[in-house]
Design a protein around this ligand. Structure first.
Ligand code: AMP
Length: 284
C-alpha cells in the first residue's frame, strides 16, 4: 500500500490506474479508524480495483475548537487498518496542501439539507464539509466514493454536491456499524468515560424502541414526544433533537412504510461529547 501527502503524487498514481481501465474507489475519513470506517473500505475494495483512503482532520468543519483540539489522532494504526481492509493508497495531506494559506470557506445553501438539524446545531459545519470533500474529490478523481449512513445528513449533502458538481461520480451510502452494546461507532467514543458511555446507550436504545413501536403501528409523533420526555430526565444527557425525516431530503416525515426511506434521527451531548445516531424506520 502506498502513502502520499501531496495531490501531485496522488494524481499520478490515480491517472496510471485509470489509464489501464481500473475503477477507482475513494473513502474520505478523519482518521482514528474503527470498524465502521473499515466497513466502508471493505465495500470499496469489493467494488473497485483501486481504493484510496484519505485521513485528514478537516479544521473548517469544526464548530467547536475544543472538539478539534482533542480529536483523536492515530495515523500509524490507521495505515494498518486501511491496508487490512483492502486500501491501495492512503492520502494524508497537510492542511496547507489542501487549503493553501486560506481557511475561509464558501457558505453552502442546499435548503433544508444544510439549514436543519446538524446544519442548524453546528453553524458552518456543512460549509467546511462541502469545502473539503470538493477539494478531495478534485484531487482523487474517483469513480465511486463511499460514505457512512452514520452521518446521514452529511451523506445527503454529499449526494447533492456530487449531483451538482461531479457528474459521473457514484456516491455509495453504507450501513451504520454499531458496538456490540448498540452504541454507534465513532472516533469520538474513545474520549467517553465509562459512566458517560452507559448514558450514551440511551440513544440507540430509544431509536430501537421507536423502530419497534412504529412497526407495531404506534404513531411516530407520539414516540418522539415520549423520548423527549424521557431524555429530559436523564442526568448527564442533553438532548439536541430527535425527529423523523426522509433520509434524502430531510423533510419531516412520520408516516413509515416499505420503501419510503424514513429515518429516526437523534443528537445529544453526553459529558461534553456530541453524539449522533439514526435508524431506518421501515425497510426499503
Ligand atoms: P469520519 O472519520 O468520522 O469523518 O467518518 C468518515 C466516514 O466514515 C464517513 O462517511 C462516516 O459516515 C463513516 N463512518 C463513521 N462512523 C461510522 C459507523 N459507525 N458506521 C458506518 N460508517 C461510519
Amino acid at each position: 500500500m502506498k502513502r502520499c501527502d501531496t495531490k501531485a503524487q496522488l494524481g499520478v498514481m490515480v491517472q496510471q490506474t485509470r489509464a489501464v481501465g481500473k475503477k477507482v474507489g475513494f473513502v474520505p475519513t478523519m482518521g482514528a479508524l474503527h470498524p465502521g470506517h473499515a466497513s466502508l473500505i471493505e465495500r470499496a475494495s469489493n467494488e473497485c480495483d483501486f481504493v484510496v483512503v484519505s485521513v485528514f482532520v478537516n479544521p473548517t468543519q469544526f464548530d467547536n475548537a475544543q472538539d478539534f483540539a482533542t480529536y483523536p489522532i492515530a495515523l500509524e494504526r490507521d495505515i494498518d487498518v486501511a491496508q487490512a481492509a483492502g486500501a491501495h493508497a492512503v492520502f494524508t495531506p497537510k492542511v496547507v496542501e489542501l487549503y493553501g494559506g486560506d481557511l475561509a470557506v464558501e457558505p453552502v445553501n442546499y435548503g433544508r439539507l444544510t439549514s436543519t438539524f446538524e446544519g442548524k446545531m453546528r453553524k458552518g459545519h456543512f460549509d467546511g464539509v462541502v469545502a473539503v470533500v470538493r477539494k478531495l474529490f478534485q484531487a482523487v478523481q474517483a469513480d465511486a466514493a463511499y460514505f457512512g449512513e452514520k452521518d446521514l445528513q452529511q451523506l445527503a449533502v454529499i449526494r447533492r454536491l456530487a449531483a451538482d458538481e461531479f457528474e459521473g461520480l457514484e456516491i455509495v451510502g453504507c450501513p451504520l456499524i454499531r458496538e456490540e452494546d448498540g452504541l454507534a461507532m465513532s472516533s469520538r467514543n474513545v474520549r467517553m468515560s465509562d459512566d458517560d458511555r452507559q448514558t450514551a446507550l440511551h440513544l440507540s436504545g430509544w431509536l430501537k424502541s421507536i423502530r419497534a413501536d412504529a412497526s407495531a403501528g404506534i404513531e411516530v409523533g407520539k414516540l418522539l414526544d415520549k423520548v423527549r420526555l424521557e431524555a429530559a430526565a436523564v442526568e448527564g444527557l442533553e438532548l439536541e433533537y430527535v425527529d423523523a425525516v426522509n433520509g434524502h431530503t430531510f423533510e419531516p416525515q412520520q408516516v413509515t412504510g416499505n420503501g419510503n426511506g424514513v429515518f429516526a434521527i437523534i443528537a445529544a451531548d453526553v459529558g461534553g461529547i456530541r453524539l449522533i445516531d439514526n435508524c431506518r424506520l421501515a425497510c426499503s
